[in-house]
Every structure is written in structure tokens, then in C-alpha cells.
Write a protein that binds this ligand. Structure first.
Ligand code: PRX
Length: 657
């Protein structure tokens, strides 16, 4: 995919400087303040990170060395020989210092039916759950899958694992039984923590049933712990299943804390790559936690007394770093949002902002576009004067959506922090600082501390200077960087570090404009970003070809008004299969069944053939253009084995919506 957008007009030239009010209270009140700290973080990384590690985190045993790395072999270590515990840093130290402060506000699917827990209660609940795990044989290093709705127990479960040194593997509760099974087996999980059912936007999601189906083929799973969300009747197998609440109530609210090594794995989180098999990205304890906490503090300008809300699901990295670990490590009050942006209506976010007095609000461009199209009335109806900072993550934010968010939601008062990062980076990598950075709508602006972005050409040479475009890479390691891929270190090295020696390769294209601002232009590999959910086209293709009628499939992204990118599938049928709505429905179902509803193709084109080179390689560039209804410059098609197929595909494309 071209790393550069087709037209330069996509890059807005307007600049929004921070307001005086914002500067007056921000941690970083000017660009000079940002630059001074940033420069130090890259010029003297060891001194900078040592200082941050000692001031932001509690240690049981001091580290002896700040970092050690070798990109060639993918060895990255931070804070060597230090011992600490993420749960202690996120819970215990706050329970003793600010025990009655609200830690979590659970915002239930039904507005107003949620509840809050303070740091002391959080500590008791996490300890009880940790004891339940220990009494079922879960020990340090064991893996535990978490397949949960956005309820308090989901956060207790993550922190309980961290407390005893177990490694959590959260699987988004929208994934199918098959996807869940693969993630449990790849990580060799000993237990699964789930709930009877989930509720989102008033709809019931049968989680326990999905777990039952998955676990049938998971020989390592000994126990399934079940929280109750709806209380509806569900299948229960007493030899394997454990009701979580009574088990927790039977435990003491104290639990010894494991002193883990800085480099012990905190969690695995599966994400999509350009091949069919999802990658179990491994994050370790100290570096990850420090990066999450420090970025939360600066990017959201977190101050005591704030009510901070990131509405991401804990099934994705954003939920890990900015619902749970970052804010709790900073002793913040963080919101856990169970619902969807349009339930009961498109004013849900702003009604919640008003009712809870939210100060920072962090969501995705998709959600912004989905509520913006319902009209400004839904925003204006609610008092948003508590808001100070607005955040965006997951995909490029188009300037129109940015401006709507800034003007309508933030009344022009609140800076929009467009944060670029990835599952593998652990925390925010490129983002404005709210009191310092003059904003440009659609640009993630400048790097976070310790992050050295570079723009590479296709041969992997650094392109110096401003006003340049290319591949976004990062020079040198940063603390929150992923350390490996579960069971496949080779893939880790080859995907991220070996394409061009000395750099971490992001897979994104970017432009560094005349003023040095970074603009992320989207993936340059076969990964698509649908509603901020990252998906490998190969995964969707593998799901499609399991349908007996599908001989071959090629999947690409295409521009979608709300989702950013939609999923477009070209399908070649086996002999004897007839094209028709029923078949299209079956093909879509195949994807829902294998991956999950969020991966359902938006459009399926039954193709007479695919544009292939004489050596049999599919020309995806052409497929992307046709899917995008961009028939202008298809490039040289004379090298195709059958150039007439292009005309046929264009004709068909014109007939489907
Ligand atoms: O393409 C970039 C896009 O999302 C990808 C990472 O996806 P994932 O690992 O699921 O993490 C999403 C949440 C951090 C990136 O490679 N992306 C993420 N944030 C932005 C973005 N693209 C443009 N602007 C962003 N702010």
C-alpha cells in the first residue's frame, strides 16, 4: 500500500495552539518544556529512565542496570535484576495512601446502574480473586485466559494474575469460540476467567457458552471461573467450572504479593499480523508499566482529582494500558465502560461525561464519526464543562472528525490528543502534549519521551529532514516495547527488527511535514484497520475458504465513512456453486463463526478471476483500487496473466454496494 495519501489536501494546515488556561495547569506548559524533557530522554536515555523508574514505580529490589539490548537477536531488557509487582504499584501502594479514593467507576450498560470501588475495596477484591487462583493451583508463570465483559471482575482478574505472577491473556469478548480456543492453546492457559453472559447496547452475549465450546479442545485448561453478570441460567460443569463470587467470598481479602523480575512477562495479548496466525505479543512488567503510567500522566495531563475515562475494551491494548495499568499505577480514578457509544442514544458518552464529571475522555475516530453523524443535538443536550482533554486512538483521525470532536464536544477548549501507538509498543509513541503542542487536525504530532521515530525509504535508508514521506520506524528500544511473540521469537525478530537492521519497523506509513509533525497514513502491509480493530486480511481469507463453495479469496480494505476501513472480499467460487444473496450470507457467516462478528466483510464480490502475475502472485494493489472504486491509474496491467480480468472486476464492482 502506498505510504502516502493520494492527495496532499488530506494534510490540514490549520494550527491550534494550547490555550492559556491549559498551559497554566499542565505538567508541560510549553514546547520548550516538552523539548527539554524529550531531548534529555533521547540524549541520556539511561539517566532519564532511571530517574523515571525510581520516581514513578515502587521497587522491592533495586535494578542494577537500566537497559541492555541487541536488535539483531531481539534481546531487549530494561531495569535488569529489579524486582517489583504491577499489582502492588496499581493497587496496594494507593490503598495505603489514598484508600478511600475511587479507583474504578463501573459504567454499566444501563446508564446510572453502575457502581464505584475505592482503592481499599479494589485491594480486597483483587486479593480474594488472587487467592481463588492460588487455591486452584495457579502459580507464577502460569497463563490465564480472560474472556470477560467490561465488568469490575475483569479488572480484578487482570490484577489478581499480576499479583501472583501469573500471565494474563485477555481475549476480546467479541471473538468466536474458535479464535478463543486458538489463543488459549497457543498460550497454554491453565484456566479461563469468564462471565455467564455479557450485555452491550442491551444485547446479551453468551460468553460462557462460547467458552464451553472453545475449551472442549483446550487440554491445558483445568478450571473455568465464572462471574455472574446477568444471572441467567447457563450450562455449568461442576468438575471444571467455579462460580467466582462465592469462591471469592470464601477467601481472605489479603494475599501475599509475588516479587517478580522487571523482565518477567506481565501479559500476552494476541494481535493480527500479515499472515493468518495471530501473534501473542509478550509484554514484561517494569518497562511496560512505566511506559503506560508515564504516558498516561503526560499525554492526558493527569492530575489528582481527575475523573479519567478511556472507553476502550480491555480486550485490546488500549484497555490494558489506558483503562487499567497506566491510570491505576498513577492512583487515578478510571472509568470502565460496558456499553456502546449509541446506547440508549448517540448522546451516551456526553450524558456519562456530565453525570460522572469526566475530565479526560479517550475514544476512537470510528466512535466519534458514529456519534457525529447523529447530529450535534446529542452533544449539546449535556453539560461537558468538566472535560479538559479529548483523546483519539486506533486509526488515523480525519480532520473533519477531529474538528467536530474539538469544536462540538470540547467547545474549542479541550486539546485533542491524537495518540499513535500499537499493541507491540505497549504505550503511546507519538502524541501531542496538551499544554505544549500546537495541534494540527489529523496529525499525531511529536514523539513521546524516549521514542525516536525515523522515516525510511523502501530500501530501509533514513530519509532526513522535513517534508518527507516513507515508512515509520523507531530507532533504539523504549521501555514499553514488546519483548517477543509467544512461541515464535523468530517471527518477532523477522517481523519487527530484521527487515532493516537497527530499527523497529511499525508497518505504518507516515509523513513528516515541513514543521516536523508526524502524520500517520495507515498500514503498508496486509493488515487492515476496521473501526480501530486490527485485522489481518489473511485471517479473513482463511475463514472464507473454509466455506465449501469458496475456491479462493482475496481480502482488502476500502474507505468506509464510519469504520475508517471496511472489509472487501473477492471470492472465486468452486464449480457448481451459484452466486446469490444466500451464498453471500453464508460466506459472511463463515467469517463470523471463525473470527467474530466484527470481522464480517462489508462487501463480497463474486469474482470471475483475480489479477495475478504470470508467476501467480495476486496484485493486491489493483484489488484495493477497484474495491475503493478508484479506477483511474491502475498502473501497468500488461504483466498480468490475464489482463481482461481487471475490466470484468470493475464492471462487477460497479454493480455492488
Ligand atoms: O495503523 C496504526 C493504527 O493502529 C495500528 C495498531 O493497531 P493495534 O495494535 O490494534 O493498536 C491500536 C491501539 C493502539 C497502528 O499500526 N493506529 C493506532 N493509532 C493511530 C493509528 N493510526 C493513525 N493514528 C493513530 N492515532
Amino acid at each position: 500500500m502506498a505510504p502516502v495519501p493520494e492527495s496532499e489536501s488530506q494534510f490540514s494546515s490549520e494550527v491550534y495552539p494550547p490555550s492559556e488556561a491549559m498551559r497554566a495547569r499542565a505538567h508541560l506548559p510549553s514546547m520548550e518544556a516538552y523539548r527539554a524533557l524529550y531531548d534529555r530522554s533521547v540524549r541520556e536515555p539511561e539517566a532519564f529512565w532511571e530517574e523515571q523508574a525510581l520516581t514513578q514505580l515502587d521497587w522491592f529490589h533495586p535494578f542494577s542496570k537500566v537497559r541492555e539490548y541487541d536488535f539483531e537477536w531481539g534481546q531487549v531488557q530494561w531495569f535488569l535484576n529489579g524486582r517489583l509487582n504491577a499489582c502492588h504499584n496499581c493497587v496496594d501502594r494507593h490503598a495505603s495512601q489514598r484508600g478511600t479514593q475511587t479507583a474504578l467507576i463501573w459504567e454499566s450498560d444501563t446508564p446510572g446502574e453502575g457502581r464505584s470501588v475505592d482503592y481499599r475495596e479494589l485491594q480486597r477484591e483483587v486479593c480474594r480473586l488472587a487467592n481463588v487462583l492460588r487455591h486452584h493451583g495457579i502459580r507464577k508463570g502460569d497463563r490465564v485466559a480472560i474472556y470477560m465483559p467490561m465488568i469490575l471482575e475483569a479488572v480484578y482478574a487482570m490484577l489478581a494474575c499480576a499479583r501472583i505472577g501469573a500471565v494474563h491473556n485477555v481475549v476480546f469478548a467479541g471473538f468466536s469460540a474458535e479464535s478463543l480456543r486458538d489463543r488459549i492453546n497457543d498460550a497454554r492457559c491453565k484456566a479461563v476467567i469468564t462471565a455467564d453472559e455479557g450485555i452491550r447496547g442491551g444485547k446479551i452475549i453468551p460468553l460462557k457458552r462460547t467458552v464451553d465450546e472453545a475449551v472442549m479442545a483446550c487440554p491445558t485448561v483445568k478450571f473455568v471461573f465464572v462471574a455472574q453478570r446477568t444471572g441467567n441460567k447457563i450450562p455449568f460443569y461442576p468438575q471444571r467450572d467455579v462460580w467466582l463470587r462465592p469462591a471469592m467470598d470464601a477467601e481472605r481479602p489479603f494475599c501475599p504479593i509475588e516479587h517478580v523480575d522487571a523482565e518477567d512477562t506481565l501479559f500476552l495479548l494476541y494481535t493480527s499480523g500479515s499472515t493468518g496466525k495471530p501473534k501473542g505479543v509478550a509484554h514484561t512488567t517494569a518497562g511496560y508499566l512505566l511506559h503506560a503510567a508515564l504516558s498516561h500522566r503526560y499525554v492526558f495531563d493527569y492530575q489528582p482529582g481527575d475523573v479519567y475515562a478511556c472507553v476502550a475494551d480491555i480486550g485490546w491494548i488500549t484497555g490494558h494500558s489506558y483503562v487499567v495499568y497506566g491510570p491505576l499505577c498513577n492512583g487515578a480514578t478510571t472509568v470502565l465502560f460496558e456499553s456502546v457509544p449509541t446506547f440508549p442514544d448517540a448522546g451516551r458518552y456526553w450524558e456519562m461525561v456530565e453525570r460522572l464529571g469526566i475530565t479526560q475522555f479517550y475514544t476512537s475516530p470510528t466512535a466519534i464519526r458514529a456519534v457525529a453523524r447523529e447530529g450535534d443535538e446529542f452533544v449539546k443536550r449535556h453539560d461537558r464543562s468538566s472535560l479538559r482533554i479529548l483523546g483519539s486512538v486506533g486509526e488515523p483521525i480525519n480532520p473533519e472528525a477531529w474538528k467536530w470532536y474539538h469544536t462540538q464536544v470540547g467547545e474549542g477548549r479541550c486539546p485533542v490528543v491524537d495518540t499513535w501507538w500499537q499493541t507491540e509498543t505497549g504505550g503511546i509513541m507519538i502524541s501531542p502534549m496538551p499544554g505544549a503542542t500546537p495541534l494540527k487536525p489529523g496529525s499525531a504530532t511529536f514523539p513521546f519521551f524516549g521514542v525516536e521515530p525515523v522515516v525510511l525509504d523502501e530500501q530501509g535508508r533514513e530519509i532526513e529532514g522535513n517534508g518527507v514521506t516513507g515508512l515509520l520506524a523507531i530507532r533504539n528500544p523504549w521501555p514499553g516495547m514488546a519483548r517477543t511473540i509467544q512461541n515464535d521469537h523468530q517471527r518477532f525478530v523477522e517481523t519487527y527488527l530484521r527487515p532493516f537492521m537497527g530499527y523497529y519497523i511499525t508497518g505504518d506509513g507516515c509523513r513528516r511535514d515541513e514543521d516536523g509533525y508526524y502524520w500517520i497514513t495507515g498500514r503498508v502491509d496486509d493488515v487492515i484497520n476496521v473501526s480501530g480493530h486490527r485485522m489481518g486480511t489473511a485471517e479473513v481469507e482463511s475463514a472464507l475458504v473454509t466455506h465449501p463453495g469458496c475456491a479462493e479469496a482475496a481480502v482488502v480494505g476500502f474507505p468506509h465513512d464510519i469504520k475508517g476501513q471496511g472489509i472487501f472480499a473477492y471470492v472465486i467460487l468452486n464449480a457448481g456453486w451459484e452466486e446469490g444473496q444466500e451464498l453471500i450470507g453464508e460466506l459472511k457467516n463463515e467469517v463470523r463463526h471463525h473470527i467474530g462478528p466484527f470481522a464480517t466483510p462489508d462487501l463480497i464480490l463474486i469474482a470471475p478471476g483475480l489479477p495475478k502475475t504470470r508467476s501467480g502472485k495476486i496484485m493486491r494493489r489493483i484489488l484495493r483500487k477497484i474495491a475503493s472504486e478508484d479506477y483511474g491509474e491502475l498502473g501497468d496491467i500488461t504483466t498480468l496473466a490475464d489482463p481482461t480480468v481487471v475490466e470484468a472486476l470493475i464492471e462487477k464492482r460497479k454493480s455492488i454496494r
